[in-house]
Ligand binder design. Structure first.
Ligand code: PEP
Ligand code: MG
Length: 581
């Protein structure tokens, strides 16, 4: 038996056979061919077209019923492109005229088409560039016999019951892992705080990421035990070890049963302080877990997932239907966050400033929305329309200055006026809050609090930006530290600003759902938490065992630590796990 370690996700255990997805970093061969080999090269390309077409067909068949209709249209568009003479026939002409291999010719012609599409005025046609790139990639992989790491190329039967081993998985791919009956995944890259990890947690799927190449020790059909809590993977364990893990699995189920007895209990501390526990959701699939947790509502609805795995953005009407579905199903307050695309949350289709948005410091989230009101406006209309069906609030992500808040508030005002003139219902008292994710916003939270109805601390990003580490880069993963004194000082600053302005302050980063930090956050004065629904009862259990009087003075100790290590020691005292001076 061999064990390898990475960053664990979730607290469950998965046992199953490995299915290794090969990496897709394509090094295209470029070489000259003899005249006599022209037909052979052309045939290779035509065969690659047939092979890719049949892969698309099986992909269409295996689409889960819950996949958006757009996903099928997306695949159809790619199949059509495979029959387009501009891509294939022209590539064959290049093979014949330049005596070069099929891959090289295809790359050349694809590059020509990409250039043409890039120059188009019409945004729809410009977006076709991405389709050309997708299709070219698939053809190249077929020509070179490379099995892709992209999950959507594998059929359900191969993946069923398997633990998928991959270099990386995107958040968009992760959305479908459960429907494809995958039991767990293991990746070389990634971190516990990436959106891939967040989606896996919401699906209750144990996984291990950031293995730094250790996946090379795993082969197809190896028997694996993936321990999400400890971040370990056991390769071909003995019968005895397997038995031990099966027992641990039963214990986990028993613990869940015990926790469920807290569902109906009020979330309050021993000294009677009510603490609001809300849920974070990415899609409506998580609603059963939200109901089960009896969360007070949805504190963060990540709308960007509605935009993934499709060929173009959802229309206002489609967004309205999705938001209304959530609002009416939850029957409790719902905070809808406006589009937070960018960073690791990548979309398949082209949109303005896409490249910049994919950098964590780029034109993403509210920046992108304000620079492209044509993208933002339909969403604002859809959210406002959904507000007629329940208690809806709007939340703005990644604010870095007050002007952004002013601009969003003015756009909301303008949108309301338009809806009124069209006789469309909306809730005129919709509250507008802002996420504090950028250190500048935390420092200026007193000013922001004067304009906003509530604040929500997005610690996932706040930690990333405060400590200057990319949250998805496993090389700097070790520096990601929620209790770094600098982070804690910012959190305290925001809570105090909210209290002074008498507006609610919530915390909706992954930290909110980690019981290790519950006492600390209470000690810092936090009274509203929003987290993955699967962790609500764990946090409630902690809260019900705390007397906030006992926490007085302790937060100060952690926050005034000189180093992250000192903060960790002091947190242990706060949690009652050990005693130091
Ligand atoms: C955060 O940054 O803490 C947050 C909740 O938003 P996201 O994880 O979607 O960036
Ligand atoms: Mg964020």
């Amino acid at each position: 038996m061999l064990s390898v370690f990475g960053s664990g996700i979730g607290r469950g255990i998965a046992i199953g056979k490995a299915y290794v997805l090969r990496q897709s970093d394509i090094q295209t061969p470029h070489y000259q061919i003899d005249k006599k080999d022209i037909t052979k090269e052309a045939t290779r390309l035509r065969n690659a077209v047939l092979d890719t077409k049949s892969k698309y067909k099986s992909l269409l068949k295996s689409l889960p019923s819950s996949a958006p209709k757009e996903s099928a249209a997306f695949i159809d568009a790619h199949m059509m492109m495979l029959s387009d003479p501009l891509l294939i026939d022209e590539s064959i002409k290049i093979i014949k005229s330049e005596f070069i291999n099929a891959e090289h010719a295809l790359m050349q012609q694809s590059g020509n088409l990409v250039k043409v599409f890039e120059q188009m005025q019409d945004p729809y046609l410009r977006a076709k560039k991405t389709d050309v790139e997708h299709v070219t990639n698939r053809l190249l992989r077929s020509l070179m016999g490379i099995v892709s790491h992209s999950l959507d190329e594998f059929n359900d039967e191969d993946l069923k019951g398997k633990i998928v081993i991959s270099k990386d998985l995107t958040p968009a791919e992760t959305m479908f892992v459960k429907e494809r009956k995958i039991v767990s995944f293991v990746t070389d890259l990634g971190s516990q705080i990436s959106h891939t990890a967040i989606v896996a947690r919401s699906l209750k799927m144990p996984a291990v990421v950031g293995l730094h190449g250790a996946t090379k020790y795993i082969s197809d059909d190896d028997l694996l035990v993936v321990d999400g809590l400890r971040g370990t993977i056991l390769i071909n364990p003995s019968e005895g070890v397997l038995k031990e893990y099966k027992q641990r699995l039963s214990k986990i189920r028993l613990r869940e049963k015990q926790l469920s007895t807290l569902t109906k209990k009020t979330s309050k501390t021993v000294d009677g302080k009510r603490i609001q526990l809300m849920a974070n959701v990415e899609t409506s699939k998580e609603l059963p877990a939200v109901k089960k947790s009896n969360a007070a509502g949805i504190g963060l609805y990540r709308t960007e997932y509605l935009f993934m795995n499709r060929s173009k953005a959802p229309t206002e009407q489609e967004q309205f239907r999705a938001y209304k579905r959530i609002v009416t199903a939850v029957e409790r307050p719902v905070i809808i966050r406006t589009l937070d695309i960018g960073g690791d949350k990548r979309l398949d289709f082209n949109y303005p400033n896409k490249k910049s948005s994919e950098s964590p410091l780029g034109l993403r989230a509210v920046r992108l929305c304000l620079n492209h009101v044509e993208v933002f406006k339909p969403q604002l209309r859809a959210i406002l329309r959904a507000s007629a069906f329940g208690k809806v609030s709007i939340m703005i992500p990644m604010i870095s200055n007050i002007d952004e808040v002013d601009q969003v508030l003015s756009l909301i005002k303008q949108t309301k006026a338009e809806l009124r003139s069209e006789n469309i219902d909306y809730d005129s008292r919709v509250k507008v809050g802002g996420m504090i994710e950028v250190p500048a916003a935390a420092i200026m939270s007193d000013i922001l609090a004067k304009k906003l109805d509530f604040l929500s601390i997005g610690t996932n990003d706040l930690i990333q930006y405060t400590l200057a580490i990319d949250r998805v880069d496993d090389a700097v993963n070790y520096l990601y530290d929620p209790i770094h004194p600098a982070v804690l000082q910012l959190i305290r600053l925001v809570i105090k600003a909210g209290n002074r302005a008498q507006i609610p302050v919530s915390l909706c980063g992954e930290m909110a759902g980690n019981v290790k930090y519950t006492r600390l956050l209470l000690a810092l004065g936090l009274r509203n938490f929003s987290m993955d629904a699967n962790y609500v009862l764990d946090v409630k259990e902690q809260i019900m065992g705390v007397n906030t009087d006992d926490l007085k003075g302790l937060a100060k100790k952690v926050i005034s630590a000189n180093s992250p290590i000192e903060a960790k020691e002091r947190l242990a005292v706060l949690n009652g796990a050990m005693r130091v001076n």
